[in-house]
Structure formats: C-alpha cells, structure tokens
Design a protein around this ligand. Structure first.
Ligand code: CUA
Length: 438
C-alpha cells in the first residue's frame, strides 16, 4: 500500500524529494493524531456519572488522580514517540523498487540499546517516586484521623459504626447506621474496614481507591472530603449472590450539619408496644408486628423488652434508627418509600434473592401473622422512624436518587415526628473553628 507509484521512483536520483514526501506524510499523520487526542481530551469528567473515578472530591482521591494524570501524560508521550518512530521508519526506509541485492545485514546497535533501556527506566522512575510518596502519605493519614468509623462488610450491606472523634476530645460518637455514611467536610475520617464473613471491597470512586475488607484483618482508609455532597460507593469484590446490590453512599455535610445528624441518631426513635406507657406527642405506638423486626434489627431509643419480651440479639440486620430518613433500602436497591417498603417487607426474597432476611421473612408471612391491618401498621410505623422535627442533613440528597434503583414516583416518607422519651447522650456541638470552604 505504501509503495504505490513510488515503485517507479529512482531512489539514487531523488533522495531529497523522497525525504520531503516522507516528512509531509509524518506531519499529516501527526496532525491526525493530535486531532484524535483533542477529541479524546474533550471527554472530561462527568460528575453526573456517580461512579466516575476522574472527578476526585477528597484528598485521597486527589492523590490518586495526580498519579493518574502523571501516568497518562507519560504514556501519551511514549505512545506518540513510538508511533512517530514506527511511521517515520516505515515511510523513510521503505523499499522503492525491487532490490538488486540484499541490504547490508547488521547485528546490534549499542547506542540504540542504551537509549531504549535508559528512557523506560527514567519513565518508570518518574512514576515510582510519586507513587511511593503517595502510598506513604495515604498510609500516614489513615493512622492519624480526626474521626474513626468502623465499617463492617456484611452479606450484603454495610454496617457503619462511629467511634472516637478527636475533634470532640476523643469522645465516642456511639452511632450505628447502615449503608448511608455521613461524614463532616474537611475532617480526616478513617474507615476501619472489617468483615466476619467473606472478602468485600470498600470503594467510593470519587473519594477513595478500593480497599479490601478482609475477615480477620482490619484495613484502614482515610478520606478527607472537600465538598459537601453525595458520593456513591459499592462493594468492589465479588462476595456472593447479592454482591451487585451491596451499595452505599457517603454523604458529606458541613461540620455543624454533621453533628446535628449525629445528635439525631444518638437520640434515636422512642417506641414501645406497651399501651400503658406514656408517650410524648407525636410518638406512635409500635405495632405488635414490629417485634418481628427486633429479632434481628436494633432501633436506638426503642426499649426492646416492652416489645413482647423480645430483644434484638445482635446487629444481625441493619440498625433501623431513623430509617425513614434513608434514601434507599436493601443496600441501595430500592428508593425508600411506602410502596417499596411494602414490597420489601412482604417478600424480601422476591426483591433481593438470597438475602438472609428472606430466611425468616418468607413471602406473605407478616400479613399471615398480623393481618393486612397489622402489615400496614408496621409500614406506617417504620415510616415514622425519624428524628423529632424531621430528618437532618438530607438536603444534599435531594434530586439524586441512587443509580440503578427502582424509583416509585410520588411517594415520600411519612412525616410523623417522634418525640424524645429519653435522650441517650448529651448533644455534640461542632468545633468552634469551622473549616473554610474552598
Ligand atoms: Cu460485598 Cu461484593
């Protein structure tokens, strides 16, 4: 193809003309390459795609992005250089006419061999040094956090257990929630990743790299989020039937809103089935069917022994405190609204096959035991599980349903505020020196 009409050119008499042609062809190809590159660079980060990895919003992700950019440009230079050399050599040294004799045979070229050994070595060194620095920096940040959060990978959801907060004098925040992780903006939050089952992987693409969640070993990852907002995460290691629906969300709030959320979680949702008990205004009596939930779930503030003597044996299932404030249920699978709660409670195995709740709550069993009225009372009650005065810190969530969820238009959580039977902890205030917003 390259030869074409040049077969007829007399190589001995037209060397300069041929070089000029070669030069112009290389130039044309270079221009085409440049245009392709510009088209590609127009594909910038699109933050409307929640799992984008090229729109960092935390110090950790920034560090990774810097490495990524460095490697990208180095790779581009190498790519362009190699392509240029290939095209140049193919055009410049092509055969113009049938050869009368074999070209001179050569073996080895010391200068070339040194060049193509040294250049890759330098390129790798340029990548290696900042990579090691970043690794050590991120490791150091994970050992010196402002707030400690234990994350437990479950099948198939995430338990979020807030520990000590150095900005509050080392106080244990003592909040447990699931799948929706609230953190304050500008604080170094350390996630201590643990599992008692199989290996999961904690990944919030815009905030961090992936980190495995390994049974028997605690891995740490640090995130200092720079901007308030919602950041979607998911399990990135195959962990069983519902691996794909082991999603979660990190909600970054300004510091004062974060502590308002913490306090609301600490107060919890009072509840009882004891009809003799005095309940504050607006607090709904828990229906009998709720005792079924307390076999596996905890609600901070609900006194378990008042519910048919049942006490949640452990955190077998997600903590349901302020459940009505969550955007999603079933680890990101369903938007949290009445219709989906009904679907979920009526037949969890039909919604999320293989999940462990379905072992206990088989299809229709709640209606069977408590009747349609009892079932509806349970759903009503679950939708009252929110703080007195409404949910806290959910503004960031508005207009951004979790990707892939089954949304049901028109439905919103019920707005019956729960009163306060007993505040379980004294409220926390944000530290006086607020973090400046960039
Ligand atoms: Cu947990 Cu995949």
């Amino acid at each position: 193809m390259i030869r074409g009409s040049h077969d007829q050119v007399d190589q001995s008499t037209k060397p300069s003309k041929q070089r000029r042609r070669t030069g112009s062809r290389v130039l044309t190809m270079g221009l085409l390459g440049l245009i392709a590159m510009l088209v590609l660079t127009a594909c910038g980060p699109d933050v409307s795609k929640p799992y984008t990895t090229i729109s960092p919003a935390s110090d950790t992700a920034d560090g990774i992005q810097s490495l990524y950019i460095l490697v990208f440009w180095l790779a581009l230079v190498v790519f362009v250089g190699v392509q240029f050399a290939i095209v140049y050599a193919a055009l410049r040294f092509r055969r113009n006419k049938p050869l009368a004799q074999r070209p001179p045979q050569v073996h080895g070229n010391k200068r070339l061999e040194i060049i193509w050994t040294v250049i890759p070595a330098v390129v790798l060194l340029v990548v290696l040094i900042p990579t090691i620095t970043t690794l050590y920096d991120q490791d150091a940040a994970a050992n010196d956090g402002d707030i400690q959060i234990d994350i437990f990978g479950k099948q198939w959801w995430w338990e979020v257990n807030y520990g000590t907060d150095e900005t509050q004098g080392g106080e244990d925040l003592g909040v447990i929630t699931a799948n929706e992780v609230y953190i304050p903006q500008g604080k170094n939050v350390v996630f201590n990743l643990q599992s008692n089952n199989v290996i999961h992987s904690f990944w919030v693409p815009r905030l961090s790299g992936k980190m495995d969640v390994v049974p028997g070993h605690t891995n740490k990852i640090s995130i200092t989020a720079n901007e308030p907002g919602e950041y979607f995460g998911e399990c990135a290691e195959f962990c069983g039937a519902q691996h794909a629906w082991m999603r979660f969300k990190v909600i970054v709030l300004p510091e004062d809103e974060f502590y308002a959320w913490v306090n609301a979680q600490r107060v919890g949702n009072p509840g009882t089935t004891d009809t003799e008990a005095e309940l504050p205004d607006g607090v709904a009596l828990a229906p009998q069917a709720f005792s079924l939930c307390l076999s596996c779930h905890v609600v901070n503030g609900v006194v378990p022994y008042t519910l048919n003597g049942l006490e949640a044996p452990s955190n077998l299932g997600p903590d349901l405190t302020n459940l009505a404030c969550r955007d999603a249920i079933a680890a990101g699978l369903l938007v949290n609204n009445r219709e989906n709660l009904e679907r979920w409670i009526d037949n969890p195995g039909g919604v999320k096959p293989g999940n462990y709740m379905a072992d206990q709550i088989t299809e229709g069993i709640v209606r069977e035991r408590y009747g349609d009225d009892g079932f509806n009372e349970l759903i009503d009650y679950l939708m009252t599980l929110q703080p007195a005065g409404g949910c806290v810190g959910t503004e960031a969530a508005e207009g951004a349903p979790p990707p892939g969820v089954v949304a049901t238009p028109g439905a919103t959580p019920a707005g019956t505020p729960a009163g306060t039977l007993a505040a379980v902890a004294s409220p926390i205030v944000a530290s006086p020196v607020a973090t400046p917003v960039d």
